[in-house]
Design a protein around this ligand. Sequence first.
Ligand SMILES: [Zn+2]
Length: 73
Amino acid sequence: MKCTVCGGELKTAATGLPFKISDTSIVILKGLPVVQCSGCPEYLIEDEVLRRVDEILAKVEGRTELEIVRYAA
Ligand SMILES: [Zn+2]
């Protein structure tokens, strides 16, 4: 698979990404599997992973401004 932005090689990598769940709460998901471009900052999240992210975020209560959650498939 090639990057649609720069044509670089896409590689699977684990990273941490912030997700806004409300106006006051952000969840950082650690160990998230993404497909990362080796040539530019572009990345993709596969549909299957995104569905799991939705499930994980739905369980977060968002009582703190910042919460760090480890991604588990
Ligand atoms: Zn790229």
